[in-house]
Design a protein around this ligand. Structure first.
Ligand SMILES: [Zn+2]
Length: 101
C-alpha cells in the first residue's frame, strides 16, 4: 500500500495517508484533501444543513464555510485551528444534547 504525505486544503496540516484514503477524501470534497479534523467538521456541518433545509449541495456549502473558518482561525493569534475547531464541535454537540433532552 502506497503512503503519501498530503496537506490539508483547509488548515494546512500534513498527514501521511494511503493513496486509497486520499482518493476517497478528494472524491468527497470536490478534489480537495481535508485532514481528519476538517473533514469531520465539514461532514458535521453538511449533515446539519441537509437536515435544516433542502440545501443545494450542503457539503459544498459546508466546505466553503469551513475553509473560511480555518482562514480566520489561522489569522487569529490565540489558539490554533485545531483548538478552534474542537471548541466549535464541542459547543455544537453540547447544544444538541440539550435539545434532545
Ligand atoms: Zn485540516
Amino acid at each position: 500500500m502506497e503512503i503519501e504525505s498530503v496537506k490539508c486544503d483547509c488548515c494546512g496540516l500534513r498527514e501521511d495517508c494511503t493513496q486509497e484514503y486520499i482518493t476517497n477524501v478528494q472524491a468527497t470534497f470536490n478534489g480537495k484533501w481535508l485532514c481528519g479534523l476538517c473533514s469531520e467538521a465539514v461532514r458535521d456541518e453538511a449533515g446539519r444543513a441537509g437536515k435544516r433545509k433542502k440545501a443545494h449541495g450542503p457539503l459544498e456549502d459546508a466546505l466553503r464555510a469551513h475553509m473560511a473558518f480555518c482562514r480566520k482561525t489561522k489569522l487569529s493569534p490565540a489558539g490554533g485551528v485545531a483548538d478552534g475547531m474542537r471548541q466549535m464541535l464541542r459547543r455544537r454537540s453540547g447544544k444538541d444534547d440539550l435539545a434532545d433532552i
